[in-house]
Design a protein around this ligand. Structure first.
Ligand code: SF4
Length: 361
């Protein structure tokens, strides 16, 4: 375990004690696949039947049943990223979406507790926008290669070396990094955020590939950092061209965290919600290859009726740390709590809010 993750795990243990003191712990529910559990989860199984064989449902159903019951008793909501597995995304999530949608919903939901089914920076963002709520993450080790590529101290050094250049940071960063930034952005609004500055030169960090892809859509000079998403950087243009050669009808849809040469050979590039809109908008019989984490195609298959998804499977090991048993543990024992130093939180919140306000202006 690296020191950043180890530090978070220790903070989580400390936080678990505080959240447990505030809310109390409850007994772990029985996890039997009874007739009652089968009956009460039958409508949820229909949502995932195309992915989870019937024989496996008795393993998931007791957790789904217990989580849904306990979240009501706790007045908790579950926010789930598009990369969660289908049994989380379709069966226990109250709100599902990309990082921007989840950040905005965190602000609005009426609940005492948020259980963030995603990675650590997402839980921090929820805490920044809803400081009065208790934010739990089912596994404190759920990190992100992009978020861990840069620190607040790195940004201070960049500012010293390039005085006056505005700093835009991707939301996939720690609160410490957001706090040192002028504004945040997501992959869906990065061009707009960069162009909101009068300066000819703008830092867009830490994702080097997102920055290179954005640089092609603006006249601003973009300076960046060498951070990469370990899921999207693995795709190659040659691999995608081979799919196209095998079947020219396949439409390739790439996330802008992919290398520019991958985006270039794609038919469309957009944020995860942009990719979903594209796929859902295709007519039945279309073939779509989503160049992103492979759970997303599974999660939208039902919505994109009749679309055939080709799945080159790249999993995010951090997202996949979040499982039904760990979500249940969070709700039973009130762990692991994500907190942010109030001074850092105030500055980071301003960077996120500037982005949110820019989107709705
Ligand atoms: S998919 Fe990439 S950007 Fe998203 S959490 Fe995983 S490593 Fe980070």
């Amino acid at each position: 375990m690296d020191s950043v993750v180890q530090g978070r795990a220790l903070m989580g243990e400390k936080g678990a004690g505080l959240a447990a003191e505030r809310f109390g712990v409850v007994d772990m529910p029985e996890l039997e696949y009874t007739d009652e559990v089968a009956r009460e989860t039958a409508h949820l199984y229909e949502r995932v039947a195309h992915h989870i064989p019937e024989i496996e449902w008795p393993v998931h159903a007791p957790y789904v049943h217990a989580i849904n019951k306990l979240k009501k008793e706790r007045n908790a909501v579950i926010l789930a990223h598009n990369y969660m597995t289908p049994e989380i995304f379709h069966c226990v999530a109250d709100v599902a979406g990309d990082s921007l949608q989840l950040a905005m919903e965190a602000n609005k939901v009426d609940a005492d507790i948020i259980v963030q089914c995603g990675v650590h920076f997402m839980a921090e963002t929820s805490k920044l926008l809803s400081p009065e709520k208790t934010v739990l993450i089912p596994d404190m080790r759920a990190g992100c290669s992009l978020a861990e590529s840069i620190t607040g101290a790195d940004i201070r050094l960049l500012r010293e070396a390039h005085p006056g250049v505005p700093v835009v940071t991707y939301v996939n960063t720690s609160a410490d990094v957001k706090a040192e930034s002028d504004i945040c952005c997501t992959s869906s609004n990065a061009v707009r955020v960069v162009e909101s500055f009068e300066s000819d030169t703008v830092f867009l960090i830490p994702d080097e590939y997102l920055a290179q892809n954005v640089a092609k859509q603006t006249s601003k000079k973009i300076l960046t950092w060498k951070g990469h998403c370990e899921v999207h950087e693995r795709f190659t243009a040659d691999e995608l061209l081979a799919y196209k050669e095998a079947d020219p009808a396949i439409q390739i849809v790439a996330h802008p965290e992919c290398p520019p040469e991958v985006v270039e050979v794609s038919d469309f590039s957009g944020s995860t919600s942009g990719m979903i809109d594209f796929a859902v908008g295709q007519k039945a019989g279309s073939k779509v290859l989503l160049v992103t984490e492979c759970s997303m195609a599974s999660n939208i298959e039902k919505e994109a009726k009749g679309v055939e998804f080709i799945k080159p499977c790249n999993l995010c090991p951090h997202m996949k740390r979040i499982t039904l048993p760990k979500i249940l543990d969070s709700l039973v024992y009130m762990r692991q709590e994500v907190d942010v130093d109030p001074v850092v939180a105030e500055k980071a919140r301003q960077a996120v809010e500037r982005m949110v306000n820019l989107k709705t202006n």
